[in-house]
Design a protein around this ligand. Structure first.
Ligand SMILES: C=C1C[C@]23C[C@@]1(O)CC[C@H]2[C@@]12CC[C@H](O)[C@@](C)(C(=O)O1)[C@H]2[C@@H]3C(=O)O
Ligand SMILES: O=C(O)CCC(=O)C(=O)O
Ligand SMILES: [Fe+2]
Length: 317
């Protein structure tokens, strides 16, 4: 099990974006360049969708393990416990992974919940639809802030019917005492492979992000806000101008953390390459690849690996 370096105590403020303010598109660009991460308020996602999904998730994670396991094994969707991915990564976490594009996932849940599965499905659908809309808006503000056209250059990839997006519910149970001196990892450090991730958690701490200088900072939780991560694909599309943020979750000693994350990805056939309008005579830092190729390689990697390294023209040191 991984040991953690302590998070620094002196840290810069994580950018706070108020979607209702007119200057937010410039601030979003700055946040994506400096941190690859920001906190979002006045987001427009109805609180009712958030609380309904949260109670459905609590209900599910409170079931006996033998019941929850009926929604497994991960293939790669369904219920997972401690194992993350298929390459020996583990964390103090249990979770549900779902595609956002087809309903096949839910068959596993019908087997356990019967008719109650429909309630769960509706709660996920309402929440994901609202969060997607907000993600489109952010991506369009990013295009405006970068002064590139068309303004749907990023958002159209998530809007596409073939968009390969994922939704995840993570539950981090309190970490038992005999594990505490291990400084237990809930979810090990990594970057998200997709374009953008939209994270919402309950009021329990644990999320940390890595700054450019390699120091880790703890992100105070806020259940009424969202946290946005730049993913590897957006890093490539901006030719490295935006950085995908390394982040991790530390297990809490006494309370359960619950998070819900929408990972907005492009269609599998999409070429992921720097946008010509952002290159201004520069060379691409990356070799050409499709999202399918990147994803295939990502799923063979360990959680903490630098997955983009393989696709950089000058190999990462
Ligand atoms: C170890 C792994 C888990 C992961 C697939 C991978 O091989 C490397 C990337 C991991 C990650 C991180 C962000 C998301 O949580 C996730 C669903 C994704 O798309 O990439 C996970 C993958 C997973 O848990 O299956
Ligand atoms: O659960 C969290 O707060 C973050 C988890 C995460 O980074 C992920 O699932 O990719
Ligand atoms: Fe992540």
């Amino acid at each position: 099990m991984e040991h953690l370096c302590p998070a620094t105590t002196l840290f810069p403020e994580v950018p706070l974006i108020d979607l209702s303010k007119p200057d937010s598109k410039t601030l979003i660009v700055k946040a994506c360049e400096e941190f690859g991460f920001f906190k979002l308020i006045n987001h427009g996602v109805p609180t009712e969708f958030i609380t309904r999904l949260e109670s459905e998730a609590i209900e599910f994670f409170s079931l006996p393990l033998s019941e929850k396991e009926k929604a497994g094994p991960l293939d790669p969707f369904g219920y997972g416990n401690k194992k993350i991915g298929s390459n020996s990564d583990v964390g103090w976490v249990e979770y549900i992974l779902l595609t956002t594009s087809n309903e096949a996932n839910y068959q596993k849940f019908s087997a356990i919940f019967g008719e109650a599965a429909e309630k769960f499905r509706c709660a996920v659908n309402d929440y994901v639809s609202a969060v997607k809309k907000m993600a489109y808006e952010i991506l369009e503000m990013l295009a405006d802030g970068l002064k590139i056209q068309p303004r749907n250059v990023f958002s159209k990839l998530l809007m596409d019917e073939e968009s390969d997006s994922v939704f995840r519910l993570n539950h981090y149970p309190p970490c038992p005492e005999h594990h505490q001196e291990m400084n237990l990892i809930g979810f090990g450090e990594h970057t998200d492979p997709q374009i953008i991730s939209v994270l919402r958690s309950n009021n329990i701490s644990g999320l940390q992000i890595s700054l450019k200088d390699g120091n880790w900072i703890s992100i105070p939780p806020d259940q009424s806000s969202f946290f946005i991560n730049v993913g590897d694909s957006l890093q490539v599309m901006t030719n490295g101008r935006f950085k995908s943020v390394r982040h991790r979750v530390v297990a809490n000693s006494s309370k359960s953390r619950l998070s819900m994350i929408y990972f907005g990805g492009p269609p599998l056939s999409e070429k992921i390459a720097p946008l010509p309008s952002l290159m201004k005579g520069e060379d691409s830092l990356y070799k050409e690849f499709t999202w399918y190729e990147y994803k295939k390689s990502a799923y063979k990697s360990r959680l903490a690996d630098n997955r983009l390294g393989l696709f950089e023209k000058i190999a990462a040191s």
